[in-house]
Design a protein around this ligand. Structure first.
Ligand code: AMP
Ligand code: MG
Length: 428
């Protein structure tokens, strides 16, 4: 039986040795993907110096003697709106002593216009017919005031996004500003899912015959993986028949499966044939059984060599064991495949005493909240591996260390979100 930390190391080592290819995709499809090569700016943004406010462009030197007791009156000539090139060009000919009305985002006329005074900071003097004639300014303006200088957001040649970053909508925002429409991202692994169990019927089966259950974890795995952008190939339910199971695996291997996630039939029951089939197929088993709860019989193996090399996760069939196998074995493996660092956990204080089996690291359904003394967590009732309902109440996993048979109230324990696999954010 392998210790969890040892298993994690092994998964990370094998994952990081396998280099994923990269592919070019539209930025619009890139959220959640991992950038494979860095993005540099080819332009300066803003590409022209412009006004940060609605107001009046001025020569700051015209206002050096302005005060509330001695306001400076400046004649106003013209109006530059955002995108109005004609008015901009006309205003470029203005000389000191003349202001021009300007709107937010409009180009600041070149020459000596070097500041913008906000409309609410001036007294506007109008003709009897309502046209703006002049402004009165009652304090000196600083050069650069309310002006967005060219290149102050992105400089030409600047690193915009480092490789290895998980693309978020904010990166899409930057790319769109810079006119970058395609990104080079890491290709996601091809995952094949298979559910074993002669008792399983599809989840859309309205009537359960005696002794049958709905296959809940097939849909769970499909949707959990799709949250990370991975579209897996679902091989379906396979009855507890080693010959049929082997055929399904062989066909998927020939079709280029890179990772298998198989549920059920890895314990010690009479119909737990997975490890035997793997042996017969010549796979290398790295571990079978980890010192964890739930999900102890978990199995990790590798098929073949060369073109048909594929990794295999055999996860026990109870729904919570499957969730733990995905969260604490498959997800760290995929992180390392994608070149991401190990996910961080948070520390929280246990609200109640929590009994646990000696020698096993426990991944329990938890509910965390911010209490008076910081982050607190409750290990929920219903920790048995078939209890799905408690998972609906949970907002995190509580991780209890191997040692001891009791984690007492107030003890600091690790917690991680229910799903955070490839996030590069507050937690990792
Ligand atoms: P096994 O790991 O095959 O020994 O199954 C352990 C328990 O999980 C049994 O009670 C199974 O009926 C149940 N189980 C196995 N596969 C699934 C599945 N796909 N969905 C829901 N429950 C399952
Ligand atoms: Mg079974």
């Amino acid at each position: 039986m392998i210790q969890y930390n040892e298993a994690l190391h092994l998964l990370e080592e094998i994952g990081s040795l396998r280099r994923l290819r990269s592919e070019r995709i539209p930025v619009l499809d890139s959220v959640g993907r991992i950038l494979a090569s860095p993005i540099f700016s080819k332009e300066e943004i803003p590409s022209f110096t412009n006004s940060a406010m609605d107001g009046f462009a001025i020569f700051s030197s015209d206002t050096s003697n302005a005060s509330s007791s001695n306001p400076v009156r400046i004649r106003v000539q013209g109006l530059v709106a955002a995108g109005d090139l004609q008015a901009y060009e006309a205003a470029c000919a203005n000389k000191s002593g003349v202001a021009v009305e300007i709107m937010t985002g409009a180009p600041l006329p070149t020459g000596s216009y070097d500041a913008v005074v906000k409309v609410e900071d001036v007294v506007v003097v109008k003709t009897p017919s309502g046209e703006i004639q002049a402004i009165e300014v009652s304090r000196p303006s600083r050069a650069g005031e309310n002006v967005r200088l060219q290149g102050t957001d992105f400089a030409e040649g600047q690193l915009v996004i480092e490789d290895g970053v998980r693309i978020a909508p904010e990166h899409v925002l930057a790319c769109a500003s810079l006119g970058i429409n395609q990104l080079n991202v890491k290709t996601l692994p091809k995952i094949s899912l298979v559910s074993t169990g002669s008792e399983l019927v599809p989840p859309d089966e309205p009537y359960l015959a005696q002794g049958m259950i709905r296959n809940s974890t097939g849909h769970f795995l499909l949707t959990a993986l799709s949250q990370f952008g991975i579209k897996s190939d679902y091989l379906g339910i396979v009855r507890d028949d080693p010959t049929r199971y082997r055929k399904v695996l062989e066909r998927a291997l020939a079709d280029g499966a890179e990772i298998f996630i198989s549920t059920g039939a890895v314990s010690l029951g009479k119909f737990d044939f997975v490890s035997e089939v793997l042996k017969d197929m010549g796979a290398t088993t790295y571990f079978h059984k980890a010192a964890i709860r739930p999900g102890k019989p978990i199995l990790f193996a590798e098929f073949g060599s060369g073109k048909n090399k594929a990794l295999f996760f055999g996860i026990p069939g109870n729904p919570v064991s499957t969730a733990v196998g995905l969260r604490f074995f498959v997800e760290p493996f995929i992180r390392s495949l994608l070149g991401l660092a190990r996910e961080n956990s948070l520390k929280a204080s246990l609200i109640h005493d929590c009994p646990k089996p000696e020698g096993l690291r426990c991944f329990f359904k938890g509910k965390a909240r911010v209490g008076s003394s910081g982050l607190e967590v409750e290990a929920l009732k219903g920790q048995a591996s078939y209890i799905v309902s408690a998972l609906l109440d949970a907002n995190c996993w509580v991780i209890l260390p191997e040692e001891g048979t009791l984690c007492s109230a107030k003890m600091g324990v690790e917690i991680v979100p229910l799903h955070n696999a490839f996030e590069k954010g507050v937690l990792s």
